[in-house]
Structures are given as C-alpha cells and as structure tokens.
Ligand binder design. Structure first.
Ligand SMILES: NC(=O)CC[C@H](N)C(=O)O
Length: 371
C-alpha cells in the first residue's frame, strides 16, 4: 500500500467520527479542535505558539500547495498538535529553490494529520456545537476506544500553557535601537518582535514569569505583553507582575493573551468562547476613530465586555463587529492599552499596524516627560 493512502480517523469528544486518509506523521494526536478560515498563511499558523496544544482544521480547501519556506515561520517549530484538511498537496508548486513539501515538514515535527475530510461539515459542526477536544489517529481499528479516549482529554479551560512555549533565557534583538522594550514572552510570534524592530526598538525578550522588579530596574521605555496559548486565568503570578508594571505607569501594549492578562490585572474576568475567532478577515471597529479594520485573529478566550464597560478606569476602544465582543481597551489613568487581535498579523492584513506606532508614541512622550 502506498503510505499516502493509509487510513486515518478523526474522533470528536461528542462522539462524531470523520474518516479520511493520513497526512504528516502517523500515530495519534489529541487536543482541542479549532478551525482557521484563512485562505493563505498556513505555515505561519502552524508555527504560531498560541496554537500549542490545539489541532487545527483549515477551512481553506487546499493546503500544502505552496510548500514551506524556512523564513515564513512565527517560531522555531510547528506548534499545532494535529492538522485536519480537505485536500493536501504533497508536491509544492511555487517559484524558488528553498521551497519544501509540507509533508516533510509535518513528519520532521512529528505532527499527525488527516486529509480528505469534509471540512465544511466539520467547521459547521464546531460552529454549532462549540469548541471541544478531539483525536486524530492512524490506528483506525478500534474507534470505540478512541471515542472513550476523546472524552478523557483535559479541557483547554483552566490550562496554563505559556510556560511550555516561553523562552527559558532572556535575549535581546535589535541592539542599539532607540526605544528599549521589555517583551514578556508567553509564546511570542516572531512578527511582533519584527514589527517593534522595524520601528527602531531594541527588544529584550523575557521568560513569561519574570518579576516586575527585574523589568522595572532594567531601564526600559515600555513593556510588550505577547500572545500565547492556553487559558489566561491560571497565570496568577504573572497577573500580579503586570499589575505592578501598570502601577509603575511604564507604557504597556498587550496583544491577545497579553491583552487578557492586562485585563485580569485590572480586575476583569475572561471566559471561554463558543468556538473562538481564528482567521485573517475579522472585522473590528475602532470606537475612537470610527474606522473599520480587517484583522488577523486567533483566540478561544475573551475578556467579558460587561466587566470592561462598568469598570471606571477602562475605556473600550475596539469591538468585534461579528459578535460585539471586546476587542481592545485602554486604561484611563495609566499608560496601557491592548487588543484581542493581532496587529502583527502574519498571516493577515496590515490594517492594525498603527497600534505599534501608538505604542512607540506612548514611549516617546513618556521618555520626554521623564527627561
Ligand atoms: N493568540 C493568543 O494569544 C491566544 C490567547 C488565548 N490562548 C486564547 O485562546 O484566547
């Protein structure tokens, strides 16, 4: 039998079963199933550390057709646990001599995949019944055992994952930059660092649990709170550090998990969404300018809008136009703001890059006041 024709099965925790063929590594993978509606950018998605522990369904029907390239990564390896696709291209078709097949990349990273799945039906199912755990396996003989196993996978709710993907040692990039930024790494996407560097920042990337004292004594002009995987609620010590950074009034910019942690540090709470937002065409309204933005998103938790609206010190600045969820806020009396989506995109549109410019402006003004 051609190894490319090996059977595989996808079993959801609610007992739904999809049969397909194997792609990527053979074996069994478990995790929360999540779908991404982006038409391009699969390599950036697979290497985004915010997907750590998740199995991704690509809603776009052809995956692998433009191969993989070593530069198009958001971290050093594939972070998704499993891949679910409609049509999988074993042979890349794209100009350039550094293009490799997606298949090789998945095998090297030991990522189990399944193809020839009716992803339209699967995405509709997840939209209707919500996020849940699932198993992909090439061991297809005992589906009943897989069904049982699928119900025993730990829930994403309550799961702390930032520690699994954060840097262990601090490092600095963009030496000599005009603005010195301390970045708390909860699973940072490289493009956040690139966006800061492009704007003249020297970025020191710190382990997720670095104390506020260490950061405040480092002579930094601002603090970037990164994206990252898992539930923000268990990160209580990190929240305490962020609270101290806010009190110190150093300019802060939070992205995604960083946004959720900033919110929790101010007494707001988060909740798990029905099926999350993952894609590159999510509409956001900036309530301060009245302008719309098309944004890149990847989140399964969200800060409660009710909490933000009744908080005396919080100004809601951005709202998601599909469902009215909170997409951004700033503090009225402190130098901190954050968004639930991804201004660095990668993949995705550049509409929200101005948020990095706002952060730079905040650091510039603050620097002047301190001088
Ligand atoms: N991209 C992110 O930072 C995601 C944040 C968080 N893990 C969530 O799913 O909501």
């Amino acid at each position: 039998m051609n190894p490319q024709d090996k059977n595989a099965v996808l079993v959801l925790a609610d007992g739904t079963v999809f049969y397909g063929k194997s792609c990527g590594a053979e074996g069994t993978a478990t995790g929360e199933i999540a779908f991404n509606t982006g038409m391009t950018g699969y390599q950036e998605i697979f290497t985004d550390p915010s997907y750590f522990g998740q199995m991704v369904v690509m809603a776009s029907s052809h995956i692998g057709n433009y191969g993989v390239h070593e530069d198009e990564v958001e971290s050093d390896s594939i972070k998704i646990k499993g891949l679910i696709v409609r049509k999988f291209a074993y042979r890349p078709s794209r100009y350039g001599n550094k293009i490799r097949p997606l298949q090789d990349y998945l095998v090297e990273n030991n990522v189990v995949g399944i193809r020839d799945i009716d992803t339209r039906a699967l995405v509709s199912h997840i939209r209707e019944f919500g996020a849940q755990n699932a198993i992909i396996s090439t061991e297809t003989e005992n589906v009943d055992a897989l069904k049982k196993q699928a119900t025993e996978i730990p829930s994403m709710k309550g799961m702390e994952l930032a520690s699994k993907v954060s840097t262990k040692e601090k490092y600095t990039v963009g030496e000599g930059g005009e603005y010195k930024v301390a970045l708390l790494d909860f699973g940072v996407k490289q493009n956040i660092i690139r966006c800061l560097q492009e704007r003249g920042c020297q970025v020191t990337v710190f382990p997720y649990d670095t104390s506020a004292e260490e950061i405040l004594s480092g002579g930094f002009d601002g603090v970037q709170l990164s994206n990252g995987p898992g539930d923000p609620e268990p990160l209580t010590a990190v929240v305490e550090n962020i609270k101290q950074l806010v009190e110190a009034n150093i300019p802060i910019f939070g992205i995604c998990l960083g946004h959720q942690l900033l919110a929790i540090s101010q007494g707001l709470s988060t909740e798990k969404m029905h099926n999350g937002h993952r894609g590159i065409n999510h509409p956001i309204k900036n309530l301060e300018t009245g302008k719309g933005e098309i944004t890149s998103q990847n989140h399964g938790f969200v800060v409660r809008m009710e909490d933000a609206e009744k908080h005396p010190n919080i100004k809601v600045t951005h709202v998601h136009l599909n469902d009215g969820t909170l997409a951004g806020f700033r503090l009225n009396d402190k130098n901190a703001f954050s968004v639930q989506y991804h201004p660095e995109a990668s993949p995705g549109p550049y509409d929200s890059r101005y948020l990095f410019d706002s952060f730079i402006e905040n650091m510039k003004v603050n620097k002047k006041q301190l001088a």
